[in-house]
Structures are given as structure tokens and as C-alpha cells.
Design a protein around this ligand. Structure first.
Ligand code: KG4
Ligand code: ZN
Length: 338
């Protein structure tokens, strides 16, 4: 019998609950406070926590209904224990612990970042081993070498995360929060070669796998202030610079380590130009690229359930029930307390 795993994600402003049966996605329900957050131009932690409190019960019920399972059918629960906003995380962690205790099932407190990679199994089957993961979200940009159960961080951003850069640049050109999807759409009408924005650390041997986006953001703000370039051209040129640096370094990491599988994950992996350029460059280098479909890249509950299901298949020990929610979570650890 395939295990029925409930996954709960409340690390930021989305209340996500997914159900995975075996390796199959059975439900992925999302409630978001993004419209409330957009009024403030960013995520306000207290607003996010309150929205999670309201949404968590109904979203769990709906996910079970969509999957056609009752609470009693659940074999295990996985929940994001970090990284993220502690007040938000606590809502999901408390719900998961209470439900697990009530149902008498195991609970896995997992790393949100590892879930962004594991979600790809729902679409493309078992993850290859070894692989290079390019993890790009609102809070993180990392290149990881994953081999067996080992996760080796190769590099990360020295300043802003890739998603943060999208959100800040969107604000500069007058687009709403969260900026990534809006820049993606605006860029469709712009010229990616209109402005030659800087590619920071592109050729720095001391930072071969690291990123830096704050200089790019400053360069965009200078161009916007001059008001001579069409905003769509600014969006397209900015997006091109980010996609160029991310894919160049990801392919270099694969080549240097003799790894021929690259997996993209995190909200920025939903970006259409990043996906296309990664495909072109992976094809040219003979590397197999895997990118989850866009709605699985941005935060959701199915990714947490997918990681839970993977841990169960690997016979990982469940988490001790007293585990905390944590704002920081080392990128190389998958389960809290490991
Ligand atoms: O993984 P995610 O949903 O949440 C975090 O874990 O942070 O990532 C959110 C980030 C935001 O910065 C958002 O602007 C960005 O992902 N994002 C995008 C796109 N869709 C979401 N960035 C570029 N292009 C997109 N299509
Ligand atoms: Zn995320």
C-alpha cells in the first residue's frame, strides 16, 4: 500500500496543504494573503500569521476532500519547520503536531529548501543521484551538490536573493508585489538587450558559484531615474541579466563536478526566461535539466508532502514531537534535529 502523506507549508504568506499518495500528487490547495500583503508592498509577518490561523483548518479539509481521503487515511504528516517567519511557521507546525498526535501518526519537520527540490519527483519521478540544484526563491539563492543523503552547498548569494531582486526591481518600475511574475509578464514586451546590466561575480574565481544582485538593483534604479528607457525594456534586460548569471553558474557547477543532472527549484524557477535559457544551455552542455511546472515552483503544500514521502521511502526516522519552528535552517540539513 502506498503511504498517504499530508504536507503543510506556512513559512511565509501562503497556507499550502498537499496530499501525496506514494509518489503521486493527489491534492495541492493554497490560500494566500498576498492581496492583503500587496497593500503594504511586502510581507507583514503579523498579517501573514493571522491569515494562516484563519486558513489552516479549511485548507487541510479541502486538501483531503480533493484527494478523496479522510483524516484517518493519513499515514504521516510533513510540515515546514523552517526557514521562514516564526509566527507563520508556528501555525503549520502546531497544526501538524496536533493532528499527528490525534491520529497517532509520525510527523516530519522538514527544511523548506529541500522541499523545493523534492517537489520535482511529483512531476518527473525519482530524483537523479547525484544532482546539482539551483535553488532560487524570495529568501534564498543557492547552488547545491546533492549526492545520496548528503547536501553540499557550493555557493549562495552574497547579498539579495534572486526573488528579492525581482521584488525590489518591480517596485522601482512601478509593478506590484510580489514582483517576479509581473516582471516576467512585462518583459515579454521588452528587449532583453536594451540595457547591458552588470553580471556580478560572473568571472570571479573566488566566487565561482556565488551570486550578488544588489549592484544590479542599483544599476536598474539609476536607469529608471534617468527615465530614458521603456520600463518593459528595463524589465526584460534585468531579467536577462539574472537568468544569464544563474544559468551560467549552474552549468559551470555541473561541468566542474562531472554531474549531468540539474534541477531548478523555488519561486524564481517559475520565471519563463530562466527556464528557457537553462534549457538552451543545458542542451548545449549535454546536461539533463529538470524544472517543476510553475505552480510547483512557488510555495505550496505538495512540495512538503513530496519530501515527506521521499523520507518515508528512505526510511528516515520521524522527528521527535517536541521540535521547534526555526527562522534559520542550514541549507544542507533536510530534517530538523538532524
Ligand atoms: O519559493 P517562493 O514562492 O517563496 C520563498 O520561499 O521565498 O519564492 C517567492 C519569490 C518571490 O520573490 C517572487 O517574486 C518570485 O519568487 N517569483 C518569480 C516568479 N514567480 C515568483 N520570479 C521571477 N519570475 C517569476 N515568474
Ligand atoms: Zn519557497
Amino acid at each position: 500500500m502506498s503511504a498517504v502523506v499530508l504536507g503543510i507549508e506556512t513559512s511565509c504568506d501562503e497556507t499550502g496543504v498537499g496530499v501525496v499518495i506514494g509518489r503521486d500528487l493527489a491534492a495541492n490547495v493554497l490560500s494566500t494573503s498576498i492581496e492583503e500583503q500587496a497593500r503594504f508592498g511586502g510581507v507583514v509577518p503579523e498579517v501573514a500569521s493571522r491569515a494562516h490561523v484563519d486558513a489552516i483548518g479549511p485548507v487541510i479539509d479541502e486538501a483531503c476532500a480533493v484527494a478523496g481521503v479522510s483524516l484517518r487515511d493519513i499515514d504521516a504528516i510533513a510540515v515546514t519547520a523552517g526557514p521562514g517567519l516564526v509566527g507563520s511557521l508556528l501555525v503549520g507546525v502546531s497544526a501538524a503536531k496536533g493532528l499527528a498526535a490525534g491520529l497517532g501518526v509520525d510527523v516530519y519537520g522538514v527544511n523548506h529548501l529541500a522541499a523545493h527540490v523534492a517537489v520535482d519527483e511529483l512531476q518527473h519521478g525519482e530524483l537523479p543521484d547525484p544532482l546539482i540544484a539551483l535553488l532560487v526563491s524570495g529568501g534564498h539563492s543557492s547552488l547545491l551538490l546533492m549526492s545520496g543523503s548528503k547536501v553540499e552547498p557550493l555557493g549562495s548569494t552574497l547579498d539579495d536573493a534572486a526573488g528579492e531582486a525581482f521584488d525590489k526591481v518591480a517596485r522601482l518600475i512601478g509593478l506590484p508585489f510580489p514582483g517576479g511574475p509581473h516582471i516576467d509578464r512585462a518583459a515579454e514586451l521588452g528587449r532583453p538587450d536594451a540595457v547591458a546590466f552588470p553580471r556580478a561575480l560572473a568571472h570571479d574565481p573566488d566566487h565561482r558559484y556565488d551570486f550578488s544582485f544588489s549592484g544590479l538593483k542599483t544599476a536598474v534604479s539609476r536607469v529608471v531615474r534617468e527615465q530614458r528607457i521603456d520600463p518593459a525594456d528595463v524589465a526584460a534586460s534585468f531579467q536577462e541579466a539574472v537568468a544569464d548569471v544563474l544559468t551560467r553558474k549552474a552549468i559551470a557547477a555541473c561541468r566542474d563536478h562531472g554531474v549531468d543532472h540539474l534541477v531548478l527549484g523555488g519561486g524564481v524557477a517559475a520565471n519563463s526566461r530562466l527556464r528557457a535559457l537553462a534549457q538552451d544551455r543545458a542542451d548545449a552542455a549535454g546536461i539533463h535539466l529538470r524544472v517543476p511546472r510553475a505552480d510547483l515552483c512557488t510555495d505550496n503544500g505538495a512540495m512538503v508532502a513530496a519530501l515527506g514521502a521521499r523520507l518515508i521511502r528512505q526510511q528516515a526516522a520521524p522527528t521527535e514531537p517536541g521540535f521547534p519552528a526555526t527562522s534559520t535552517f542550514d541549507v544542507h540539513r533536510v530534517l530538523i534535529g538532524d
